[in-house]
Write a protein that binds this ligand. Structure first.
Ligand SMILES: Cc1cc2nc3c(=O)[nH]c(=O)nc-3n(C[C@H](O)[C@H](O)[C@H](O)COP(=O)(O)OP(=O)(O)OC[C@H]3O[C@@H](n4cnc5c(N)ncnc54)[C@H](O)[C@@H]3O)c2cc1C
Length: 346
């Protein structure tokens, strides 16, 4: 069996960025093992809709810098026109206008997947998809990595599996109790989210003076935004489905969503060309079997993640390990950069 110097588990933003940094430092003896049949992790653009990560802000400095380095352009979230606020099903909707004079949330041109595709370019021959890691065993100066398909051996392993999910792997020797406890308590950001994306031939809401933003905790969609592409050739709305509809059948959920949006944006909503949903809680490469309630600001970047394990051979990385904007793409970028530095020093 061939031994690699490094094995990175996960091909999300953090794993791919670490791989790029290893390569830039002249380290090419590595593999990236990915459990899904696709790369990108929680960045997933399906039929031009970002069903995973979408927005970033100017204060996300590491991500902004990375996009600049990779010459990936971004554009302002569309917000011109009347936005709808639904706060009471009995009362008429309220309308508001977004202040467009301030800095806007940014979207990545081509969808967030553009970042993944560019990061994957130089390392694509090192990525193995459909390869789900099940067990990590420390054996002398190596780690044996058992997956659903093959066994791999590496001198060092960087796991970017969300920490809570990573507790379901088997570790020999067992991980320290304090680490396991923190990992288990680290909520996987957005793992409860259900997204919906609806595409149209024309942006009918814009024509009617709407921004496409519909906000309201009581409806089947709690947030909805214009999700048309940067050059205004593809027109979509995208948002978050009320989690109360998770158990409802897909047909019923869709019917309730369309009816609700018809009330506030008009009957043209029925003339969609594409309708998609993604419930991340059902995706076993992001979420655990049991749903946890979510705190608005979970604590990320616990200091246990500053240490390495298995005698300096195992490092836990990924956005939830980042003390800097943990949970966000920015945290994934920061942890990816840090992981490369740490693992090459050890
Ligand atoms: C619905 C949703 C909306 C979001 N919106 C935003 C947003 O607007 N702005 C923002 O900044 N952030 C947003 N985020 C968060 C953002 O997507 C994450 O911060 C970022 O993508 C995390 O990257 P990562 O590499 O740390 O982890 P991940 O992307 O989760 O990568 C981990 C990788 O490990 C793989 N994996 C898991 N288990 C195994 C295993 N056993 N073996 C092998 N591989 C495995 C996974 O398949 C995955 O590819 C959103 C996330 C979701 C789900």
């Amino acid at each position: 069996m061939k031994k690699n110097k490094y094995v990175i588990i996960g091909s999300g933003v953090s794993g791919l960025l670490t791989a790029n940094k290893l390569l830039q430092a002249g380290e090419s003896d590595f593999l990236i093992l990915e459990g899904r049949d696709r790369i990108g992790g929680r960045v997933y653009t399906d039929t031009s809709i970002d069903v995973g990560a979408t927005w970033f802000q100017g204060h996300h400095v590491y991500l902004s810098q990375l996009l600049k380095e990779l010459t990936i352009p971004s554009f302002d979230q569309y917000s011109d026109g009347k936005s709808v606020l639904v706060y009471n099903s009995m009362a008429p909707a309220h309308y508001f206008k977004t202040d467009t004079s301030g800095p806007s949330a940014q979207r990545i041109v081509g969808g967030s997947i553009s970042l993944i595709n560019v990061l994957a370019e130089k390392v694509k021959d090192k990525i193995i998809c459909n390869c789900k890691v099940k067990q990590l065993t420390e054996k002398e100066d190596t780690i044996v990595i058992e997956t659903n398909t093959n066994t791999f051996i590496a001198s060092k392993v960087i796991s970017t599996i969300p920490p809570k999910l990573a507790t379901s792997l088997k570790y020999t020797p067992e991980l320290p109790k304090d680490l396991k406890k923190v990992m288990d308590k680290t909520h996987t950001w957005m793992s409860n989210a259900i997204k919906v994306g609806i595409s149209f031939k024309t942006p009918f809401w814009r024509t009617k003076g709407f921004s496409g933003t519909v906000i309201g905790q009581i409806g089947p969609v709690i947030e909805l935004y214009d999700h048309s592409n940067a050059d205004n050739t593809e027109f979509s709305l995208m948002g978050f489905v009320n989690e109360g509809l998770r158990g409802t059948s897909p047909e019923k959920r869709k019917s309730r969503i369309l009816k609700y949006l018809e009330t506030y944006l008009g009957e043209e909503i029925r003339e969609y060309t594409n309708y998609i949903e993604k419930d991340w809680s059902k995706d076993r490469c992001t979420a655990c079997q049991h749903l946890n309630s979510v705190y608005m600001s979970p604590e990320y970047g616990n200091k246990v993640f500053n240490s390495t394990y298995f005698n300096n051979k195992l490092l836990f990385s990924g956005t939830e390990t980042s003390a800097h904007y943990g949970g966000y793409l920015e945290g994934a970028v920061y942890s990816g950069l840090q992981a490369a530095k740490v693992i090459m020093q050890e």
